[in-house]
Structure formats: C-alpha cells, structure tokens
Design a protein around this ligand. Structure first.
Ligand SMILES: Cc1cc2nc3c(=O)[nH]c(=O)nc-3n(C[C@H](O)[C@H](O)[C@H](O)COP(=O)(O)OP(=O)(O)OC[C@H]3O[C@@H](n4cnc5c(N)ncnc54)[C@H](O)[C@@H]3O)c2cc1C
Length: 256
C-alpha cells in the first residue's frame, strides 16, 4: 500500500505495517505525523474522532504564534490540512489495544496495524468533580465543554467550576452569549492568566471564592447546586440550570 509515495508493507493476514503509527490527531499527533513523513518514514495517524483534539472546543486561541486571534476549530482545520499533505489520517478509529514486542500491534474495532515505532498522542480528558448528582446528569445540565453546550444556557443561570484558564475562558464565553454565569472556585485566588482575570473583572462576572460544589441537585435536569464555603462550612443551595466543570484534565494513558 502506498500513501503519498511512501510505502507501508503488508503484514501477515494482509494487515498493514508502518515505520511509525501515531495514535491521536490532536496538535501533538499532527505535528508528529508531519515530522515522521518528512524524515522519510511510512506513517499513519489513527484518530477516534475527528482531527483537532481538545483545541476544537476552544472558542478563541490567542497564544499561538502567527495567529493573534483564531477560533480553535479554524486553527485545527489549518493544522489537519497541513498534516494531510504528508500523512493519512484515519478518522473514527479508536485504538483499543496495543501489544509490544519486536514490533507493535495496534488494534481498533475496524482493523489491526503493525509498526516499528509507536507514538501515543492521546492527550487528556476532563477531570470530574466526583460529587453526588454529577454522574447521570451529563447532557442534562452538567457539561465539560462550554463551547459545545453553552448555547442551551443562553439567558439561563449557570456556574463554571474551577479557577484556571479553561474555567475563565468558559465563563467569558458563556457570559458573551447571554448566560448568567458565576465562577465557583475552591481557593481564595484564581490561577488563570492575568488578562483572563481582568476580562472577568471587567465584565463583573461573580466569583465565589473558597467554595466547593457539594452536590448537584435535580431529577430530570439540574435545578440547583449545593455550595459549601470552605472557610465557614456553611452550605447554601444556589438555583442553576447549568454546571460547567473545568477542574483540570486526566491523561488518556490507558494504552501505555
Ligand atoms: C476549552 C479548552 C481551551 C483551550 N484553550 C487553549 C488555548 O487557548 N491555548 C493553548 O495553548 N491551549 C489551550 N487548550 C489546551 C490544548 O487544547 C491542549 O494543550 C492540546 O489540545 C493538547 O494537544 P494533544 O495533541 O497533546 O492532545 P489532545 O488535543 O487531547 O488530542 C488527543 C487526540 O487523541 C485522540 N485519542 C485519544 N485516545 C484515542 C484512542 N484510544 N484512539 C484514537 N484516538 C484517540 C483524541 O480523540 C484526540 O483527538 C485548551 C483546552 C481546552 C479543553
């Protein structure tokens, strides 16, 4: 089989063998693919969704040199298009098993691949709060992606949980589309970049410091959260429709 002029060989049972297999087509996987092919190696990128990774969910990227302000989706369109000039990207192919040995054996539901080298660029996924009411409420008021689900909370009440860049970016985005949003943060100061903190202050988005979510309340959908003040111990119920969780990431390293 030939991809853009560089051959992979047929392995046993007709399976394909490459010099390098890359799992995950986020920014890291796409960059790795470009480098591998430019080094003259046969290579394939396997992606469980569509190319782009987490950046796809970022409304605006402002720290990528050469692009002062670019929507995440647009930036990743450019990156994927650039990568495709060099390397084939198989979309919708989740890798479920990797076996080491003299060569790597990589299996998805759809096929099996072999390679001399394997690059895992599987990124990370959102961390959960781990509180009562969170599980089972995803899509019914609990969200881990403001840009994906924010639209449903226009003119409604929501909280963003977290104090880092993602939390503040989410809060600013929700505010911009007309959501009545507050930030709930367990510490007494925010961790996010200063310019994001300034934007939040300028827009007068309320920040509840020293506060944690103790429970997400609702039957069919979220109607309130129970918030505990870490300093006083007082628990209050705040009526909300949406809970956007932005408390960090956990590495997707199950294949390693
Ligand atoms: C809301 C948000 C806003 C952000 N804003 C910014 C910003 O403004 N500036 C900035 O620098 N960074 C930002 N980031 C961080 C940035 O998105 C990440 O640092 C970057 O995406 C990491 O790239 P990656 O390629 O390592 O992993 P990821 O982007 O996580 O990509 C991993 C890819 O691997 C795929 N994958 C995982 N497991 C498998 C499997 N088993 N089989 C096949 N494919 C698999 C996933 O589907 C995914 O496409 C933001 C992140 C978020 C969530």
């Amino acid at each position: 089989m030939t991809i853009d002029g560089i051959s992979s060989t047929q392995g046993e049972d007709g399976v394909q063998e490459f010099d390098v297999l890359i799992i995950g087509a986020g920014p890291a996987g796409l960059a790795a693919g470009i480098y591998a092919r430019r080094a003259g190696l046969s290579c394939l990128i396997l992606e469980k969704g569509v190319p782009g990774g987490q950046v796809l969910t970022s409304p605006m990227i402002e720290n990528y040199p050469g692009f002062p302000e670019v929507p995440g989706m647009k930036l990743m369109d450019h990156m994927a298009e650039h990568a495709r000039r060099y390397v084939d990207i198989r979309e919708g192919e989740e890798i479920v098993r990797v076996k080491g040995g003299e060569r790597f054996e990589v299996s998805s539901g759809a096929g099996k691949y072999f390679s001399r080298a394997l690059i895992l660029t599987t990124g990370s996924t959102h961390r959960k709060l781990g509180v009562k009411g969170e599980d089972g409420m995803t899509g019914r008021g609990v969200s881990y992606c403001a840009t994906c689900d924010g639209f449903f909370y226009k003119t409604r009440e929501a909280i963003v949980v977290g104090g880092g860049n993602t939390a503040l970016t989410d809060a600013l985005y929700l505010h911009s589309i007309g959501c009545k949003v507050s930030i709930v943060h367990r510490r007494d100061s925010l961790r996010a970049d200063k310019h994001l903190q300034e934007s939040v202050a300028e827009r007068k988005i309320p920040v509840l410091f020293d506060t944690v979510v103790e429970e997400i309340v609702g039957a069919d959908e979220v109607t309130a959260v129970k918030l505990r003040n870490m300093k006083t111990g007082v628990v209050e119920t705040k009526p909300v429709n949406g809970v956007f969780v932005a408390v960090g990431e956990v590495p997707s390293n199950q294949l390693a």
